[in-house]
Design a binder for this molecule. Structure first.
Ligand code: BV8
Length: 235
C-alpha cells in the first residue's frame, strides 16, 4: 500500500486570502518575527504577540478553503493508498476542506496552551494575558498554541516515521526557508521516495526535488491530484 506524504506551507492558503510570510508585502515584511514569533518576544510584550495572533485568528472567519485544499481532501478520500498532510500553516483551512489525516507541525491558531498546566483548549476568539486558564484557573498563563522560532515543532517523531516510509513526498506552497521542514525532502528522498514540488516560484530547496510543477496552487494542485488518482504518477 503506497504512502503519499504532503508538506504544505503558506502558499496553499494564499489564494484564500491568507497572507504568506516571505512574498513581497508578506507578514515578515510588516512584523519583526523576533518580536511576534519567538518566546523572547512573547515574554517581552505579550500584548503585542496576542494582538498579532488575534488579528490572524479573526481573519480566519473571513476566508474559505480553496480548490487546492479541497483537492487534497479528495485525494485522501479516493486514493487507494494512504495520504498524510503535514502542514506548517496554523490556519484551519485543511480541516475545513475535509482533510482528516493532518499534522500541524507549527501548531494551530485556534488553540490556546496554558504554560502552567500544559493543557490545550480550542480558542476561536481573542486571547489575552487577562484570560484565565479554563483548567487551572490561573490568569496570565495562556499563549497561542503555535511553535515559535527556537521551539521544537510538534509531532516530529510521527513526521520522521512518515518521511522514512513515504513512497512519494509532495511539497506545496512553501519557500523551503524554515527548518526542520525544509529538510523533509532530503529525509524522504534519502529513504527512496519520489519527490515533487508544487510552488508558484522556485523555493530554496527546489533543486532537491525529482520534479517541479510551477504555478498557483488552485491551478496546479487539482490536476496533480487527478493524475495521482488516475495512476498516471504511480505515487
Ligand atoms: C527549531 C509560527 C530547534 C506560527 C513559524 C536548522 C535546523 C533546525 C533549525 C534551524 C536550522 N536553521 C535555522 C533554524 C532555526 C529556525 C529556522 O528555520 N530559521 C530560518 C528562518 C532560517 N527554525 C526554528 O526555530 C524551528 N525550531 O528548529 O527548534 C529545537 C531543537 C531542540 C529543542 C528545541 C528547539 C521552528 C520553526 C517554526 C517557526 N514558526 N511560524 C506562525 O506565526 O505562523 S515559521 C513560519 O514560516 C510559518 O509558520 C510558515 O509556515 C513557515 C514557513 O514559511 P512558508 O510556509 O514556506 O511561507 P513563505 O511565505 O516563506 O513561502 C510561501 C511560498 O508559497 C513561497 O515560496 C511562494 O512562492 C509560494 N506561493 C505564494 N503564493 C502561492 C504560492 N504557491 C502556490 N500558489 C500560490 N498562490
Amino acid at each position: 500500500m503506497s504512502l503519499i506524504v504532503i508538506l504544505t506551507g503558506a502558499g496553499i492558503s494564499a489564494e484564500s486570502g491568507v497572507d504568506t510570510f516571505r512574498d513581497s508585502g508578506g507578514i515578515w515584511s510588516r512584523y519583526d518575527f523576533r518580536k511576534v514569533a519567538t518566546p523572547e518576544g512573547f515574554a517581552a510584550n505579550p500584548t503585542l504577540v496576542h494582538q498579532f495572533y488575534n488579528d490572524r485568528r479573526e481573519q480566519l472567519s473571513l476566508v474559505e478553503p480553496n480548490a487546492a485544499h479541497h483537492a487534497l481532501a479528495r485525494l485522501e478520500r479516493e486514493y487507494r493508498g494512504s495520504v498524510v498532510v503535514i502542514t506548517q500553516n496554523i490556519d484551519n483551512l485543511h480541516e475545513r476542506a475535509g482533510t482528516k489525516n493532518l499534522i500541524h507541525m507549527h501548531g494551530e491558531l485556534c488553540k490556546a496552551l496554558c504554560v502552567r498546566c500544559k493543557k490545550r483548549f480550542e480558542w476561536e476568539g481573542p486571547l489575552s494575558a487577562f484570560d484565565n486558564c479554563p483548567n487551572c484557573g490561573h490568569s496570565g498563563c495562556l499563549r497561542p498554541d503555535v511553535v515559535w522560532f527556537g521551539e521544537m515543532p510538534y509531532h516530529m517523531d510521527i513526521i520522521e516515521k512518515m518521511l522514512i516510509h513515504a513512497d512519494m513526498f509532495v511539497s506545496i506552497g512553501t519557500s523551503g526557508s524554515v527548518y526542520p521542514a525544509a529538510m523533509f525532502v532530503e529525509v524522504a528522498s534519502g529513504n527512496g521516495a519520489r519527490t515533487v514540488e508544487l510552488n508558484l516560484e522556485c523555493s530554496e530547496v527546489s533543486e532537491l526535488f525529482d520534479e517541479r510543477i510551477k504555478g498557483r496552487a488552485t491551478e496546479i494542485v487539482p490536476p496533480f491530484v487527478d493524475a495521482l488518482l488516475a495512476g498516471e504518477l504511480n505515487g
